[in-house]
Structures are given as structure tokens and as C-alpha cells.
Write a protein that binds this ligand. Structure first.
Ligand code: COI
Length: 355
């Protein structure tokens, strides 16, 4: 399928790169593709000027939240070139999310081409300052004009982009995390392994309470036993306990993060052992009490690699390691960002040049 391009005649003024709040300033263009069963599936992919879309109040996504999304970034290298990081991982994961939500599979070649073409069209929006990037947000949702519950015959897939700086105001400085005891994010058999927008909707109450109490995000426990560690707000989580890196296994309720996967692959390449398994809150608390919890950090596209300096459990605060950035956390951040921004050769073949 060829992607039709209509360029804007009124380009917007770009925001100040020194002050780039996350997710606020959209670029000049967006990608749109329609699905209609009676037109044979996905059709008419196009890039058009960024702007409002028109939906009827009965539009199915408003009622049953049949929506999923992806998050990825384009990076500007020192030579001024623009590159993506493992884009096909996002394209494939989006289809995993679609499968769970009964959204028709997206043609992967068209999605890959759409991401690259949109970034190329909006290449002037990829910021230049260290630590900045262009955040790319593909999403898809049901658009059937029908209030009953059934699998829709109509969908819209879109991609929008925005130049971004740090996701957390802390930047690479350690964040404070509170272990959530009331709400749960996911259960096996549910949508925890997908990027369903609804996963994020149900996390807002706990995140909001955490923020009000001075914490950056929450650490989720499993939804059945409230015992096993799952993930942190919008990141996967990793711990270094007694010299070994451990991270919750992917057993259906945890998002298979692309930054998570990349960090595991990097650590393996350094000869570091990484265990993907169940980690109970009791094991974590024991490691805190006996001084073997050396490091804790989160990984995510938006958050990159984010050290955890403080954990709150049952109303008590515990400092992780010395409260600063641990050695493995710093090395992961340095090596990953060096590859993403093209400061170092990419031995893994993860980088995908755009223009
Ligand atoms: C990402 O890391 O890209 C995400 O989708 C998380 C989102 C809450 C910003």
C-alpha cells in the first residue's frame, strides 16, 4: 500500500529545545489509516497535517476502550542524521496488543513504512540537544457507530509525534517509588502484557495518590496474591541483589518492554547474569533489610533507564543502595543512550537510519 502525503502549508513554530516537557508539542503531520470490513480491511494510508479528527458520540472506543498504542523514539545523531531504535519490535508488539483486544492485525510493512515516512516528513522536529528525542505514538481504536457490545467493523490507526526531553523531572537522578497495596494493574489472562490504553487508565488513581505523597510512581504487585513484583508505573523494573540482576518474568501480566529486552541483552553481552523470575515483596524486603539490595531501576521508552533511590512499603521508606545511581544502572543508561544517539557503534544492529 502506498502512503499518500499531503504536506502542511502552515508549519508551526517549533518549541524551545531547552524546555521540552514530555508529550506536549505535536509536530506538523500525522499518519492516518482506516479499516472497514466492507472495504476489505486496512486501506488508504496517508500522512496529513496534524489536526482534529471527527468521531460520532456512539464511536465504540468511547464506550468499551478498545484501544492500544505504542511508544518509540527517533534520535538525532551528532552528524545531524535521524535514526530509530528497534522499530519492528514496536510494530510487532502493537499487533500482539491488537490480537488481545480483537482489533484487526495491522499490516506490519505499512506500519514500519508509515513510522519512517512520518519521521522523515517531520525530520526538522527531531530535536538536537543532548537527551532530547522525537517521541512517536502509534495508536489504533474501534470507530464503529454502535453502542451495543460487539467486535467493530471499523477502526482508525494513527501515528502522532512530539519532540521530548526527560520523562521524569528527576532526569537520570533517582526517583522515589511507593509500593501499591490497594489497586492492582493486571492479572494473568487480562491485558497486562499489552499496551492497552485501559491499563494506563486504571493505574491513574494509585499514581495520583503516589504523586500527592511525594513519590514519582508506584511499584505494582501481582493482582492475585499481592505478593509478586510486576512493574513500576510506566516502566519495567530490575533489581541487583547480591551481585545478580533479577527482573519479573513475562508471564502475562507484565509488559514485554523493548528497553527491558535491550537491557537484558546488553547485560548478557557483558557477561552479567540476569534472572527473569518471580520476585516476591518478601524477598525484596529481606534484601533491603540484610543490605543485599544493591540497585533498583526502571526501564522504558519514555523513561529510558531510571534509577530508584527510595522505596516505600507499608508506610516506611527504605533507601536503595546508597540512594544514588548504581554502577549497573549508570552503565546501562550510558551504553543504551550512546547507541540510541549514535555516539557509539551499535554492535547489536538495533539502530535503523531514517534520513
Ligand atoms: C513509553 O514508555 O513509551 C510509554 O508508553 C509509557 C507512557 C506512560 C509514556
Amino acid at each position: 500500500m502506498e502512503i499518500k502525503i499531503t504536506r502542511t502549508t502552515t508549519p508551526k513554530q517549533k518549541p524551545d529545545e531547552n524546555n521540552l516537557p514530555f508529550g506536549t508539542y505535536m509536530t506538523d503531520h500525522m499518519f492516518v489509516m482506516h479499516y472497514d470490513t466492507d472495504q476489505g480491511g486496512w486501506h488508504d494510508p496517508e500522512i496529513v497535517p496534524y489536526g482534529p479528527i471527527s468521531l460520532l458520540p456512539a464511536c465504540s472506543v468511547f464506550h468499551y476502550a478498545q484501544e492500544c498504542f505504542e511508544g518509540m523514539k527517533a534520535y538525532r545523531t551528532a552528524e545531524g542524521k535521524v535514526q530509530l531504535f528497534r522499530p519492528m519490535e514496536n510494530v510487532r508488539r502493537m499487533n500482539t496488543s491488537c490480537e488481545r483486544l480483537c482489533i484487526p492485525q495491522l499490516p506490519e510493512d505499512v506500519m514500519y513504512n508509515a513510522i519512517k515516512t512520518l519521521v522523515e516528513v517531520d525530520q526538522d522536529w527531531v530535536p538536537h540537544l543532548p537527551g532530547t528525542s522525537l517521541y512517536i505514538r502509534p495508536f489504533v481504536f474501534g470507530t464503529e457507530n454502535y453502542v451495543g457490545l460487539r467486535i467493530p467493523d471499523h477502526y482508525l490507526c494513527m501515528i502522532i509525534c512530539c519532540p521530548v526531553g526527560n520523562y521524569y523531572k528527576e532526569g537520570i537522578n533517582p526517583v522515589k517509588i511507593i509500593i501499591e497495596e490497594r489497586d492492582v494493574r493486571a492479572v494473568r489472562g487480562g491485558t497486562g502484557y499489552t499496551k492497552a490504553g485501559a491499563n494506563y487508565a486504571i493505574s491513574m488513581r494509585a499514581e495520583n495518590n503516589a504523586e500527592k505523597s511525594g513519590y514519582t510512581q508506584v511499584l505494582w504487585l501481582d493482582g492475585v496474591h499481592r505478593k509478586y513484583i510486576e512493574e513500576v508505573g510506566s516502566m519495567n523494573v530490575m533489581f541487583k541483589i547480591n551481585g545478580k540482576v533479577v527482573t519479573p518474568e513475562l508471564a502475562g501480566s507484565v509488559l514485554p518492554g523493548i528497553t527491558r529486552k535491550s537491557c537484558i541483552e546488553m547485560m548478557h553481552s557483558w557477561g552479567l547474569e540476569v534472572e527473569e523470575r518471580l520476585i516476591s515483596i518478601d524477598e525484596l524486603m529481606e534484601a533491603i533489610h540484610n543490605g543485599t539490595l544493591e540497585e533498583a531501576w526502571g526501564t522504558g521508552t519514555a523513561a529510558v533507564v531510571s534509577p530508584i533511590g527510595v522505596l516505600n512499603y507499608e508506610g516506611k521508606e527504605y533507601t536503595v543502595g546508597n540512594g544514588g545511581i548504581g554502577e549497573v544502572t549508570q552503565k546501562l543508561y550510558d551504553e543504551l543512550t550512546a547507541i540510541q544517539w549514535g555516539k557509539r557503534p551499535d554492535p547489536f544492529g538495533w539502530v535503523d537510519p531514517v534520513c
